[in-house]
Design a protein around this ligand. Sequence first.
Ligand SMILES: [Zn+2]
Length: 207
Amino acid sequence: MTFTDRGSAQIALGDDHTVETVSTECRQAATAFMSCVTWDKLDLAFWLTGPYARAVRHARRLERVATLETPPAVEERALAELLTSVHDELLAALIVASQHDGALPFADEVALLAHVRKAVDADGVPVWVPVDLPRMRLVDRVRALFAADYLNAPDAYLDLSVCGRCNTLVFDGALKRLGRCVAHMRNSVIVPRGVAEAGEADEAGVA
Ligand SMILES: [Zn+2]
């Protein structure tokens, strides 16, 4: 892959990368971040240098090393507050999206800020990739992941829901009708697929 500078130049993805692979990596990194409310500094560093670094490697200006964007001396409490704040802001937007046919409320803003950019794969197919800029806020980094995934695979967001019990993100039409993630479905009564009223049965069947 190459990334020529000057902002407007087109990014060409390598042979192994397609709209599907980019979308999958963005979604994996973004959904992994949504468990951040229990993270410490090490967990955040692992995420930044692991799933996040993988997802943004197509449009990165600098080598990502295991440094945090928060000052080294940041207190655990301040980090916890930051993570909770970012998490809650994203979760609220994702709930809105799940209630409005998957339309991601911040996608336009992310594109306007150029936190996602258009690339092309080896076959010339356009692909949105998230950028990794030195001073991006954490919330903007995660928003860019969701926005790139959404812009690449908008149909998947039609099936987006948030589990009413644990706030897990679910991309599954059947589970969306029930308002539950897989884990919480196991504790529910068995409901035939496609039953629109299943949510009520589920409520009654959970201890
Ligand atoms: Zn759940």
